[in-house]
Design a protein. Structure first.
Length: 324
């Protein structure tokens, strides 16, 4: 658990591929030709960077994409990360999990499966593919294999009306569901702030998880460039599939830097802080609410966030020990 006292990054978003087998309405991976033409991560590069991340002090790796299960070497990457002692996360749409479950078994600390609807029709509209039945099958398969899973539920202005059905789904299947608002990062419409109160109403519902501090941050307008809260490069490192550091972050990437085995030496150089010095201060950072760069900074502001951060952690603990 991050407390704000650490002086080194805690978390890494590792993009192993930009390829994806969905066409989600709130995502631009499948729209951007630059991402379509990117190569997948090479196993040797990933292993080298994992070694460096461990030396740096990172403890959590999220293997993401694109769709990470499209990468043929993902099991080997996960095994190596596990051997190094990382908490290993995989964020996936789940469509390939059942097919690859045996080779992934025992390699993932927690798997996050995207679920934004409880009917085939709405799932197809949101995700751009006919995959709802396969997702249900993957959830059942994961539970049968005792895989720790959490449903990632992204609420948009269109599907917020189904929040009660999604909460009921989580309770029926006895699986944790993390509720969070859709943010804007490529011109897409974010969830209207008026809906945050609706999400919060489900805080004490069984199997439902959310971050109260994230939701407050979102409802208050996100990042303020005059008092930036972003911790890109300070608590979070983003690495792309072509063995490059994404600066200052993936979502607002201005520059990439080839690593070629130099991640640790780069981190210990004077250049590191200069790369991320302006994170959260750029004009395009105004009102940003991309939670993977801000959620780890709330503990720094004890007076404003300590109570709700602790309450969030308590609810997370309750859902961790609740029977599944």
């Amino acid at each position: 658990m991050y407390t704000g006292l650490s002086k080194v990054p805690y978390f890494c978003n590792y993009f192993v591929t930009f390829r994806c087998n969905s066409k989600c309405e709130f995502c631009y991976f499948w729209r951007d030709p630059r991402l379509k033409n990117a190569s997948d991560a090479q196993l040797a590069d990933v292993q080298s960077n994992l070694d460096a991340l461990r030396r740096i002090g990172v403890t959590v790796i999220d293997f993401i994409g694109g769709e990470p299960l499209l990468h043929p070497d993902l099991p080997e990457m996960l095994s190596y990360a596990e051997k190094l002692g990382f908490f290993v996360k995989v964020s996936t749409n789940g469509l390939l999990y059942e097919e690859r479950a045996q080779e992934l078994k025992g390699k993932i600390s927690r798997m996050y499966l995207s679920l934004d609807a409880t009917t085939s029709e709405e799932y197809n509209t949101i995700r751009g593919t006919d995959g709802y039945d396969q997702l249900l099958s993957s959830i059942t398969c994961a539970r049968d294999m005792k895989q720790d899973i959490c449903l990632m539920c992204t609420f948009t202005n269109e599907n917020i009306k189904n929040i009660d059905h999604i909460a009921a789904f989580a309770k029926k299947y006895k699986v944790n569901a993390f509720f969070h608002p859709c943010f804007s990062y490529f011109g897409n419409a974010p969830l209207d702030r008026s809906h945050i109160a609706t999400i919060k109403k489900y805080f004490w519902q069984p199997y439902v998880r959310m971050s109260l501090t994230d939701l407050d941050f979102f409802s208050h307008g996100g990042n303020d460039i005059t008092h930036p809260a972003c911790r890109a490069g300070k608590s979070t490192i983003d690495i792309g599939p072509e063995d490059d550091l994404l600066l200052p972050c993936f979502h607002k990437c201005e520059k990439t830097m080839k690593l070629n085995g130099s991640l640790y030496s780069l981190f210990t150089s004077k250049e590191w802080n200069s790369f991320h010095r302006d994170a959260g201060c750029k004009q395009y950072c105004q009102n940003c609410s991309i939670d993977c760069y801000f959620g780890l900074s709330y503990w720094d502001k004890v007076r404003a966030n300590f109570f709700k951060a602790n309450l969030t952690q308590l609810k997370t603990l309750i859902e961790t020990i609740r029977p599944h």
